[in-house]
Design a protein around this ligand. Structure first.
Ligand code: GCU
Length: 667
């Protein structure tokens, strides 16, 4: 597709705060499952006519596509949930937008997209503009030269195809919602404009604010004025020849926090442009195993969430969807939300700033990535950079995550270290993490050996059952005939949660599924039948404890269980609300024994669509670990977690260790 003339996409800070024409709406489309590039152009299907805006001439002219009289799709929404035929669709769709624009000399014009999943190719008035890969971060192209005075036509090919080299990869446990899912704006800017700015509290003790700016088209010597009108504070910075300006000043601003989400109007003026934003001033740091917000330890009472809205089917977008999601987290008494597994739309962090929620933002480096592929790393770097640059003015964002559940191999370590370096270069004021699942030798092996020892020391277990277990324990290097050793082994271990990544991240974030996956995954290695393993696990959860070896905070970023809302069941029936509740009770009692636990974000706020969850009765393409289902129906575990978080107040979970009994909840 690219004829080599494509220009690179850039990221423009605060696009809605610029002079803009909103191009969102119903666009005519051509669904093109065999997207060009997969086959030679056929007569009448040579898309060069399509992108040139050729209209079927009728008569003897063969043209086999047209936007006139075509179906339309709304931008700002995925295509999967707009038309039933597109529910499973993951290939290419051509979109056309005709619009009228004024064009003034001495102005620059940028075409900004909030996100296009997964790849976008853009033409304007027949000229190829460029391509962008990555379905969850903004992209903008300078189209000044291609924009016409008056009528224009814009063609966007959105291609949702993923593969082994994309980020995310082909296999994910969430729906690959395709299309122009967020905003499309035509921005009008001065010939030298502020492309990026970053304003943050840089030093708590002295209340020093640092403001950084980048001018595009910079003429060295230009002056930027930054003011906080409510505080009567103003600072000025002079741009250097590279277009960069920095200024420090001390502020009287009140600190931002979840209890007091104090934001200030900010005005930035340069070259005739005034940009307005709202900024909160706070610091977040790590001291040993504590997370400090404004110098004080904080416990993250969180929940994980995908960017789906309780208001409608499909991907979320816009202030109302953000409000629906964060209101649900607020109702749960959360002070923290893990936005999994990719950057959510920009309204979420902006609203979190306003209402006082702490945010974990994550890049879609998920499961099996092409760790050795240089282009994949380049793509991941670009997506991490865009994630940070878009939201680093959002005080609610406290943790950047460079991945989720990736295998602890050397190629992965090198890949993630490069991403961590990228983040730290862009932002030295926040914590960096990645959700891990722990090493086999730290988690599965000790637990399996404890299960084996318990079976061998249980007089009621038959010799037939014991024999293979004994053999497995001997093979694991344990003297299965040493009774005292077995009895020691049968005691629940305090597990060490570590990963080669532990040295490079600030927060150890651990996904664990005790009570859900592990019995089915590990029973065969004991060996024992799954139901027995599951029962032994439920007992063991009452004794297990965890801590990272590193002197760093632990956040349990995932635990949970599927439950079909309305299926009451009982506490030994998976997929039932009662069993989900039991897992929450056991998990919270278990995690309260962890000395370095400084937060949790159970999986997951709302049932979400997934191609991997196909059970026709319980799932039907929904992952049902939500505390509410897609209709907003609350499950039993919702009220339980809500109560625990309410009782906690600002205290860590350990505060309730004595009170959280596995069956009756907090007193
Ligand atoms: C995984 C993963 C999630 C997934 C969840 C589950 O650990 O991080 O993306 O949806 O667990 O299995 O439900």
């Amino acid at each position: 597709m690219k004829d080599g003339t494509g220009r690179s996409a850039v990221l423009i800070q605060n696009p809605f705060g610029r002079d803009h024409l909103d191009l969102g709406g119903a666009w005519p489309v051509i669904v093109d499952p065999r997207a060009p590039g997969l086959h030679p152009p056929l007569p009448g299907r040579d898309i060069s006519g399509l992108v040139q805006g050729r209209v079927a001439g009728g008569g003897l002219e063969l043209v086999e596509f047209a936007f006139t009289n075509a179906r339309t799709l709304e931008t700002g929404r995925d295509w999967n949930t707009q038309q039933a035929q597109l529910f499973f669709y993951e290939s290419a769709i051509w979109h056309r937008r005709d619009f009228t624009a004024g064009k003034k000399s001495g102005r620059r014009y940028l075409l900004h997209f909030g996100a296009v999943n997964y790849r976008a190719d853009v033409w304007l008035n027949g000229a190829y503009i460029g391509a962008h890969e990555g379905g969850y971060t903004p992209l903008a192209f300078d189209v000044t030269d291609a924009l016409g005075e008056g009528d224009n036509f814009l063609i966007v090919k959105a291609d949702a195809r993923l593969d082994a080299a994309t980020v995310p990869p082909l296999v994910t446990d969430w729906w690959n919602y395709g299309g122009i899912k967020r905003e499309v704006l035509l921005l009008s800017l001065p010939d030298t404009y502020i492309r990026d700015y970053w304003i943050r509290l840089d030093d708590l003790a002295t209340r020093r604010v640092r403001a950084s700016f980048f001018l595009d088209g910079a003429a060295g010597g230009a002056e930027i004025e930054l003011s906080l009108p409510e505080l009567g504070e103003t600072a000025r910075a002079v741009v250097n020849d590279a277009g960069v300006a920095e200024v420090d000043f001390h502020t009287e601003a009140e600190l931002w926090s979840p209890h007091r989400p104090q934001l200030y109007d900010v005005e930035i003026r340069c070259n005739g442009e005034t940009i307005r934003d709202r900024i909160g001033f706070r610091t977040v740091e790590r001291r040993g195993a504590d997370i400090l917000l404004n110098g004080e330890p904080v416990f993250l009472k969180g929940i994980s969430a995908h960017d789906e809205s309780p208001r409608h089917d499909g991907s979320a977008y816009g202030i109302e969807d953000a409000r629906a999601l964060l209101s649900l987290a607020r109702e749960l008494n959360c002070n923290f939300v893990r936005l999994a597994h990719y950057p959510h739309h920009q309204f979420v962090a902006r609203l979190a700033d306003e209402i006082g929620l702490l945010i974990w933002s994550e890049s879609p480096v998920y499961w099996q990535i092409a760790w050795d592929d240089a282009a994949t790393l380049q793509n991941a770097r670009a997506q991490v950079r865009a994630m940070v640059e878009r939201d680093r003015n959002r005080c609610s964002v406290v943790i950047w995550s460079v991945g989720n559940e990736t295998p602890p191999t050397e190629p992965r370590l090198a890949f993630l270290k490069a991403l961590i370096e990228e983040v730290r270069q862009l932002d030295d004021t926040r914590l960096v993490s990645a959700a891990i699942y722990g090493r086999d030798r730290d988690v599965r092996q000790p637990v399996v050996n404890t299960i084996r020892a318990r079976l061998l020391t249980d007089a009621e277990v038959t010799e037939g059952t014991k024999t293979p277990v004994r053999d497995a324990l001997l093979a694991a290097g344990v003297d299965a005939d040493d009774r005292a050793a077995l009895e020691r082994l049968a005691l629940a271990p305090r597990l060490s949660i570590d990963d080669p990544l532990s040295d490079y991240i600030d927060v150890i974030a651990w996904n664990e599924y005790f009570g859900w996956y592990y019995a089915s995954q590990w029973a065969a290695t004991v060996p024992i039948d799954e139901a027995t393993m599951a029962r032994m696990f439920l007992d063991l959860m009452g004794e297990l404890a965890f801590d990272p070896a590193a002197d760093k905070p632990l956040i349990v970023t995932e635990f949970g269980a599927d439950a079909k809302a309305g299926f009451e069941g009982d506490d030994v029936t998976m997929m039932s609300e009662t069993y989900q509740l039991r897992i929450y009770e056991l998990q919270l009692a278990m995690l309260a024994r962890s000395r370095k636990l400084r937060g949790l974000s159970p999986w997951v706020l709302k049932d979400f669509r997934s191609p991997l969850r196909t059970h026709p009765v319980y799932q039907d393409y929904y992952n049902r670990k939500g505390l509410v289902d897609e209709t907003g129906a609350r499950k039993k575990a919702f009220a339980y977690l809500q109560k625990i978080y309410d009782r906690l107040g600002d205290a860590p979970l350990q505060f309730m260790e004595r009170k959280i009994a596995a069956r009756d909840g907090p007193g």
